[in-house]
Ligand binder design. Sequence first.
Ligand code: ZN
Length: 265
Amino acid sequence: MKSMYHINQIPSERPIKKFIRRVVFGKNVFCPECRSRKVVVFEQRYRCRACRLKFTLLSHTWLKGMKLSYEKFWMVLWCWTTSIPVSQTTELTGLSRQAVAHWHDLFREHLPKDHVILGKVVQLDEAYFKGWSLVMGKEQGTRKIAFMMWKTSVERYHAVQFLEQHVKPGSKLCTDGAWIYRAIQHWWPVDHEWDIHKRFEFGKTSEIEGMFGILRTFLRRMYHHVTPEKLPDYVSEFQARFSSPEIFKDPRHYLAKTLSLVPFD
Ligand SMILES: [Zn+2]
């Protein structure tokens, strides 16, 4: 395995472990199974005196079995939160492309999943990407976006499904003049307005149309190649980055939101 470069953005092992301990256990380590605080430490491991469970800092989190050093782990995560291109991450960490992709999958998988309901004024539009159709909505003037994807072209019932899932009744809905949105207010209670592109009207949907461009640029710049099967996961990641930029400020913010004790059985 190639060795990693050292840069000042990456803390050393001790503060990383200290931070992770704080996120996982709070001020005092307790047993992840019986919650007893009668815990003894020996050689990087913990043992519960009440139920005899042996555990480590990560054994009861989604990072259990981590094979990377803490510093290398932090570097992969830092590169990801900072949107550093994959090719740069492999150079910096000395990890293979596959290893980096594996970690990215894990980071993506553990992003908080909030079901988004858009309200007030909602801009809606559809786009086609790598064999998928993508319907995306944006609450105008905010960073709230929601999307749904299908393997077929978009029909009216897809648009209606999107409204049912993601748009608050009584909202104002702005679309282009596509037929799939015609009379849509009869399927979901919205106040529908639309632009007619042939007449060079674009104002009502300019924010959501801009989003597709930002998405394409993000995917190309950071990942270079995205396989069609995985596209929905990447769009989810994009949504999280756009709507919740605070999670991506640095690894600390991401871990504080995603790393906790997971129930074991
Ligand atoms: Zn215990």
